[in-house]
Design a protein around this ligand. Structure first.
Ligand code: HEM
Ligand code: NAG
Ligand code: NAG
Length: 497
C-alpha cells in the first residue's frame, strides 16, 4: 500500500501528470453527461479547464472569431482564463446591444475598471460625483463644439516639437517610432493638462503601464503585475505633484485639468484621488492616438503610392491658404484651420479612418442586468457580453477587399450591406453606444493636425537598408489600436518649402 499508486496522496506526489489527467478526465466525464441548454448561446469547445480557448484566441484572434462565427453564428460563449463571456460578432446584433443600455449595462463595468485596473479607491470610482459630475464635465468638454481650445493647445505644442525634431534630425535615419511617439505624446499632454505638464518625465511610466495593460485587463493576480502597477503609481506621483502646483493657479487653467481640480477643490477627492483620475484621463488620451499616427505612416509607406497623394492634397491646401493670407507666415494658424474642419483634407481624413479600420481591435463590454433575448438565445442577469467590432471591419461583404488597405475607401461613406440589409455601423473603431469613445472628435482632429504638420515640413522615406517591418501585437486584442511589434527605419529630411 505504501508503495502503491492506489493512494491518492501517493499519486499526487509520485505522478502529478497522471493525477492531472485523471482530473481532466473526470471534468470531461461530467461535462459530456450534462446536456447543453439549447436556449443558451452555443459554447466554443475547449480541452483544458480554466485556460479554455485562451491560447487559440490569443494566437490568431481574427481567425478564431471568424471560425467561431462560421461554426456557431454571431452569438457564442467562450471560456478563457477562467472567465466565460458571450461574444457578439455581427454588426446588427452589436447595434442591438449598443442601443439597449437598459438590459446591457456599461456603468457598472466602468466603475469596476476604475478600481480594478486604474487603482481608484472603490468608493471614489462608484460615487455619484465621479459618475455624474466629473464624467459629465468630461463629456461636455469633448463635444465637437467645445474642443477648439484643446485643438489649439495641441497644435501649438505639436508645431513646436515637430519643427525642432525636424531641424535636429534632418537627414537622419532612425526607427519610425522615435520620430512620431515623443512629439505626439507631448502635444497631447499639453492639450490635456496644460503647457507646463512634465510630459517627458511621465512618459516612461505611462509606457510601462500601457505595455502591460492587457495583462491587467485580463485580471492576472497582482504579484504578476508588480511592474506595470509600480509604473502606474509613479505616474500618479508625477501628476499629483503637478496637481498641487497647478492648484495655486487661479486662472488660465487648462479646462481638463480644471475639471479634475474641481473635485479636489470641492473636497470630493484627495490630491491622490485627483491625480489617479487624471492618470486615467492621460491613459485614454494617449493609448490609441499616438499609435494611430504611427500606423498611418508605417502602412502608407509600404503602399506602392507611398505618402505622395496625401502630401499633394496637403500642399494644395497650404498654397490655397497662403494665397488667401499673403501677409501671414505659415504656422499653427494654417494647421488649425485646415485640420479642424472635417471637410478639408478629405484624403487624409479617409486614410485616418482606413488606418483605424485596419488597426483597431475594439471590444465593448456589457453586463446583462435583466433576462433578454439576443440572436435567438436567452441571456441571463450576470452574463457578460463582448461586442467584437473588428470582425465587421474585416468582412469582405461589408468592406470589399477588406484585407487590403485603401486610403480612398472613406472618401465616400461606404454603403455597406450584409445579407441584403444595409449595415449602418460598418466602422466602429471607437466602440459604440454608452461606452463609445468620448474623445473621438478630438482624436480625429489631432491626427489631422499632427500629420499635416509633419508632412508639410518633412519628407519621410523607408531606409532602403532596413528589412524589418512592424507587425500587430495581436495579444492586445480588444483594447483599441493594436501596438506595433517591431519597427522600421526611415530617413527624415527637412522640406525646402
Ligand atoms: C484614435 C484614437 C482613439 C481610439 C481608437 C479610441 C478608442 C476608444 C475605445 C475603443 C474606447 C472604448 C469603447 C467601448 O468600450 O465601446 C474608448 C473609450 C474612451 N476614450 Fe477613446 N480612443 C481614442 C482617443 C481618445 C482620446 C484622444 C480621448 C480623450 C481626449 C479619449 C477618451 C476616451 C474616454 C474618456 C473613453 C471612455 C468612455 C466611457 O467610459 O464611457 N479617447 N476609446
Ligand atoms: C480556423 O479554421 C481553419 C480551417 O478549418 C483552420 O485552418 C484554422 O487553424 C482555424 N483558426 C483558428 C484560429 O482557429
Ligand atoms: C450605429 O448606427 C446607428 C444608426 O445609424 C447610429 O445611431 C449609431 O451612432 C451608430 N453607432 C456607431 C458606433 O457607429
Amino acid at each position: 500500500m505504501s508503495e502503491g499508486l492506489a493512494s491518492p496522496v501517493g499519486l499526487v506526489t509520485q505522478s502529478p501528470l497522471a493525477f492531472a489527467l485523471i482530473l481532466v478526465g473526470l471534468y470531461w466525464g461530467v461535462k459530456i453527461l450534462r446536456t447543453p441548454d439549447a436556449s443558451r448561446p452555443p459554447r466554443a469547445s475547449y480541452w483544458i479547464p480554466w485556460l479554455g480557448s485562451a491560447l487559440e484566441m490569443g494566437k490568431d484572434p481574427d481567425g478564431f472569431f471568424s471560425n467561431m462565427t462560421k461554426l456557431h453564428g454571431p452569438v457564442f460563449t467562450v471560456k478563457a482564463l477562467g472567465q466565460e463571456m458571450v461574444y457578439v460578432t455581427s454588426p446588427s446584433l452589436i447595434s442591438t446591444v449598443y442601443r439597449d443600455s437598459q438590459n446591457f449595462d456599461f456603468t457598472s463595468i466602468r466603475v469596476e475598471m476604475g478600481y480594478k485596473v486604474f487603482q481608484l479607491r472603490e468608493h471614489i470610482s462608484s460615487a455619484p460625483y465621479m459618475v455624474d459630475t466629473y464624467m459629465g464635465q468630461l463629456h461636455n468638454l469633448l463635444l465637437p463644439s467645445n474642443i477648439h481650445p484643446i485643438v489649439e493647445a495641441y497644435t501649438a505644442s505639436a508645431h513646436d516639437s515637430l519643427l525642432s525634431m525636424i531641424s535636429s534630425m534632418d537627414g537622419a535615419s532612425g526607427a519610425l517610432k522615435t520620430f512620431i511617439i515623443p512629439s505626439a505624446y507631448r502635444a497631447a499632454c499639453h492639450a490635456g493638462f496644460g503647457r507646463d505638464f512634465p510630459a517627458e518625465k511621465s512618459y516612461p511610466f505611462f509606457k510601462a503601464f500601457d505595455d502591460d495593460f492587457h495583462l491587467i485587463g485580463a485580471g492576472l493576480p497582482k504579484f504578476l503585475l508588480s511592474k506595470p502597477l509600480k509604473a502606474w503609481d509613479e505616474l500618479v506621483d508625477v501628476i499629483e505633484n503637478y496637481v498641487k502646483e497647478q492648484d495655486e493657479k487661479r486662472e488660465d487653467l487648462n479646462q481638463f485639468l480644471a475639471a479634475g481640480l474641481d473635485g479636489y477643490r470641492r473636497g470630493e477627492w484627495t490630491s491622490r484621488d485627483t491625480a489617479t483620475v487624471l492618470a486615467c484621463q492621460l491613459w485614454a488620451l494617449q493609448a490609441n492616438a499616438i499609435f494611430t499616427a504611427y500606423w498611418l505612416l508605417a502602412i502608407l509607406l509600404q503602399q506602392p503610392e507611398g505618402l505622395d497623394p496625401i502630401v499633394a492634397e496637403l500642399d494644395a491646401a497650404r498654397r490655397q491658404w497662403q494665397a488667401a493670407h499673403p501677409s501671414k507666415p505659415l504656422g499653427p494658424a494654417f494647421f488649425e484651420t485646415v485640420a479642424t474642419s472635417s471637410k478639408s483634407l478629405p484624403l487624409l481624413s479617409s486614410a485616418i479612418q482606413e488606418t483605424l479600420r485596419v488597426t483597431t481591435s475594439t471590444f465593448s463590454p456589457r453586463r446583462v442586468v435583466n433576462p433578454v433575448q439576443l440572436g435567438g438565445y436567452q441571456l441571463l442577469p450576470g452574463d457578460r457580453v463582448i461586442c467584437v467590432t473588428r470582425l465587421t471591419h474585416l468582412d469582405d461583404d461589408i468592406h470589399p477587399h477588406a484585407r487590403e488597405f485603401d486610403m480612398r475607401r472613406y472618401l465616400q461613406t461606404p454603403r455597406a450591406t450584409k445579407d441584403g440589409k444595409p449595415v449602418a455601423n460598418h466602422s466602429m473603431p471607437f466602440g459604440g453606444g454608452t461606452s463609445m469613445c468620448e474623445g473621438r472628435h478630438f482624436a480625429l482632429a489631432e491626427l489631422r493636425v499632427f500629420l499635416a504638420i509633419l508632412l508639410t515640413y518633412a519628407t519621410i522615406d523607408i531606409d532602403e537598408g532596413c528589412m524589418t517591418r512592424p507587425e500587430f501585437a495581436l495579444e492586445r486584442m480588444g483594447l483599441g489600436v493594436m501596438h506595433p511589434k517591431g519597427d522600421m527605419d526611415v530617413v527624415l529630411r527637412k522640406r525646402r518649402l
